[in-house]
Design a protein. Structure first.
Length: 405
């Protein structure tokens, strides 16, 4: 089978944007490649959908769309895709994240008429008038008119969310798509969406190499990162913005008693937890660019703190569970199902830092509870997050789409 994956980039987020499927498919005798807006991989697993000479055109389109408050409508590259040899040779085209300023969804009617198509929804953007996550707003059920949150990413200057919504409705009504979601939470949104509820939807959780993402020797892992082996490590992603809940992490950690034997371990952005530096030791790893580095992070972590305000799946919650680490999270996102709360983690009321702190403290104080939750999380991860199971499930969707075409 010839499979084309379409995504805005190749390396960043390779475990969910189709990149990790390429070697799996090739190892099994299939031809697989990515067409991307930003090519970072120097190998032959991807090609650049946007020729270098077209970058200025894309920048101009971006400025025009921002000015008139529409989004992912005018980009010409998607309309040129059928003339590319990789599209012509494809049996199935699998679309992923297309909303990062390189692709027009208005091309879907033509593209999906030419080739059987699958679309993995990695966030709710496809069902809204402009935002990636609507949070508690219900306007996506009724046409996004008016929009009360123009500031939600992707922010728009003028209230044309209704127009974006209508354009999506036109494109989808004239398209033939099978949808893939990774969580029951996302499936619920799709099934309630006036835009997408008529399409077949397949729920397929992401997968991991469970031999790599696995529990290890905590003392050795901590020593490797320069952390005393007897300190209880709370690991978290340090990322500003409205989605990941960093402000709630900082508040919850600040509410812990100063004599708590904890060590804070962060990845991604450095320097965001300075307010806690006089209270607890902090180790900041910065950006982690390999799976091995992520495994080192989780093997050194005793408690994973992930109070996201918005998620569509939660890769780090999955990785933590696979490494036998319980997560502390908020309700209101898919994270409770991904980290197997209450068996493999603890979920508390969204936005409540005091409850978050109490959940952390209960695991700090009770080693037996902490270890039991981690073991349960690993046990359930083995049943749900095996990569071969994930990839085989995706491939079965390809076969179904082909048989129906």
């Amino acid at each position: 089978m010839n499979i084309l994956q379409v995504n805005y980039t190749d390396i960043l987020g390779h475990r969910f944007n189709g990149g990790s499927l390429i070697p799996w498919l090739r190892d099994r005798g299939h031809n697989a490649i990515q067409a991307v807006g930003i090519k970072q991989n120097m190998g032959d697993t991807s090609i650049n959908l946007i020729p270098t000479q077209s970058n200025k055109l894309s920048q101009l389109v971006n400025r025009i769309e921002n000015f008139i408050s529409i989004h992912n409508v005018l980009y010409p590259q998607s309309f040129l895709l059928p003339f590319n040899s990789i599209f012509k040779e494809a049996d199935v085209v699998h679309y992923h994240i297309i909303h990062n300023q390189f692709f027009s969804y208005l091309a879907f009617p033509w593209l999906t008429k030419l080739k059987p198509a699958v679309w993995s929804l990695h966030d709710p953007w496809a069902i809204t008038g402009h935002c990636i996550h609507p949070f508690d707003c219900q306007g996506w059920k009724t046409g996004c008119n008016p929009c009360p949150h123009l500031d939600y990413p992707f922010a728009i200057h003028h209230d044309r969310a209704w127009l974006n919504y209508k354009l999506k409705n036109f494109a989808y009504q004239n398209s033939q798509l099978h949808l893939i979601v990774a969580s029951q939470w996302m499936q619920n949104l799709v099934e309630q969406s006036p835009l997408l509820s008529n399409f077949p939807v397949h729920q397929i959780p992401f997968g991991l190499d469970l031999n790599l993402f696995s529990p290890g020797n905590k003392a050795e892992a901590k020593t490797k990162l320069g952390i005393p082996a007897d300190e209880i490590v709370i690991g978290l992603r340090s990322l500003p913005g409205p989605y990941k809940g960093l402000e709630y992490s900082i508040k919850a950690l600040g509410l812990l008693p100063a004599n708590a034997p904890i060590h804070i371990l962060t990845c991604q952005t450095k320097g965001l937890l300075l307010s806690l530096a006089d209270k607890f030791p902090i180790t900041e790893l910065g950006e982690l660019h390999s799976d091995t580095a992520m495994v080192d992070f989780f093997r050194a972590t005793d408690i994973h703190l992930m109070p996201s305000m918005a998620e569509s799946f939660g890769m780090m919650a999955m990785e933590a569970a696979a490494c036998g680490v319980p997560s502390v999270i908020f309700y209101g996102t898919p994270l409770s199902e991904i980290c197997f709360a209450p068996e493999g983690g603890i979920a508390v009321t969204r936005g409540d830092s005091w409850q978050l702190s109490q959940a952390l403290y209960s695991l700090i104080q009770d080693q037996q509870k902490r270890l039991a939750m981690g073991q349960k999380a690993r046990y359930l991860a083995e049943k749900k997050y095996d990569f071969d199971t994930y990839a085989n499930s995706i491939f079965r969707v390809y076969e179904q789409v082909l048989s129906n075409s």
